[in-house]
Write a protein that binds this ligand. Structure first.
Ligand code: NAI
Ligand code: MG
Length: 368
């Protein structure tokens, strides 16, 4: 293994189609930049179930634990809808996240100028937008006990528990501050400290971590409901937003839609540092397996390409190369190339998944 090992899990539906375009970029790095990634490919999701009867084989799990970074396409599809819950394709993804203990979910919301008209918000509100939401991913109300539906007297009661320990808050806060230092040096922490004790603790711990180790980063706090309003009103006021699992789920989906298509949105999920000093890391587009367009060459590969760019930046310390890939994407969009999901203007003929990937590679060539 070189010190740039990558496990690729294309998955189901459009996963393999968009991943094929990332492979072109990985090959480009080998031939044009002398940067060779040690790539292993394996199965996850429905295709793994078809072969092994489980959506994630133990061997695949072990590989994921050993590599520098995992890049995943998408899982699922109608063929698997009636499978037992324990072997559903999504369980493969959940197992990866859980066993790698990926507690910080990074969801950038970035608006490429060429697509600013595509947003449901006014162009000047979103043009040039570049923010990052850091969502705590492994604790909080989705995991807290007690939980369940119980009988209480004559009626049923549904219970979920929001629970955060100091160390869980501290590690995600550190991830957010570290990120901010590589970006705009600003963190806004969001909770509901006005009505929730877990929110009070969240604010205290974030404040303590900041004072102790990150006083150079600008820190502000906002109640999450006010934060939702501010995200719609003037999102450019933010750089990094750090928040809990539940609020992060909602805020990151809302922020994503500021910028347009699902086909454009990358993500990263990071865990604790490994022996190499690199964090455990899984990169994946936000979208699913898109069965409605799978196998037709219509999928937009940009979300997956930008997920690879995040891997360059956060796993491989190749920030300048991540910029190069992002600029190549920006260039093809500025040149007017659009996959079908990005069609707004009349009279534009969409390009295929493969044509979009080729154009990005050509733009990388032009960057040398
Ligand atoms: P989806 O994200 O697959 O598709 C939603 C809509 O967006 C569809 O109309 C699709 O054609 C379009 N779309 C998505 N990605 C696109 C791309 N790259 N280029 C162009 N258009 C794109 O979500 P949906 O339909 O709710 O779920 C489909 C399957 O994917 C289900 O089995 C679901 O469980 C699974 N899924 C998997 C996820 C993952 O692997 N992380 C996340 C979300 C859903
Ligand atoms: Mg969600």
């Amino acid at each position: 293994m070189t010190n740039l090992s990558l496990l690729i899990l294309p998955g189901d539906g459009i996963g393999p189609e968009v991943m094929a375009e990332v492979r072109k970029i990985i090959d480009w790095y080998g031939t044009k930049r002398g940067v060779t990634f040690d790539v292993t490919e394996d199965l996850v999701g429905g295709c793994a179930y078809d072969k092994y009867g489980t959506p994630l084989h133990d061997d695949t799990m072990a590989k994921a634990q050993a590599v520098d970074a995992v890049l995943l396409g998408a899982v699922g599809g109608p063929k698997y809808d009636n499978l037992d819950f324990s072997v559903k394709p999504e369980r493969g993804l959940l197992r990866l996240r859980k066993e790698m203990d990926l507690f910080a979910n990074l969801r950038p919301a970035q608006c490429f100028d060429a697509l600013a008209d595509f947003s449901s918000l006014k162009k000047d509100v979103v043009a040039g937008l570049d923010i990052m939401i850091v969502r705590e991913l492994t604790s909080g109300i989705y995991f807290g006990e007690p939980r369940g539906i119980f009988k209480e007297g004559n009626e049923r009661v549904g219970i979920n528990t929001q629970r955060y320990t100091e160390s869980e808050i501290e590690r995600v806060a550190r991830a957010a501050f570290e990120l901010a230092r590589k970006r705009g040096n600003k963190v806004c922490s969001m909770e509901k400290a006005n009505v929730m004790e877990s929110g009070i603790l969240w604010r205290e711990v974030v404040t303590e971590v900041h004072a102790k180790d990150y006083a150079d980063v600008e820190l502000s706090h906002m109640y999450a409901d006010a934060g939702a309003m501010q995200l719609c009103r003037w999102p450019k006021q933010f750089d990094v937003i750090v928040t809990d699992n539940l609020f992060g789920d909602l805020l990151s989906d809302a922020a994503a839609m500021l910028t347009g298509s699902l086909g454009m949105l990358p993500s990263a999920s990071l865990g604790a540092p490994m022996a190499s000093g690199r964090p455990k890391a899984l990169y994946e587009p936000v979208h699913g397996s898109a069965p409605d367009i799978a196998g037709q060459g219509k999928a937009n590969p940009i979300a997956c390409v930008l997920s690879f760019a995040m891997a360059l930046r956060y796993s491989f310390d190749m920030g300048a190369e991540a910029d190069r890939v992002e600029k190549a994407v920006e260039k093809v969009l500025a040149d007017g190339l659009r996959t079908a999901d990005l069609l707004g203007e009349e009279g534009v003929t969409p390009v295929s998944t493969g044509e979009m990937g080729d154009a990005i590679v050509a733009a990388l060539d032009a960057s040398l």
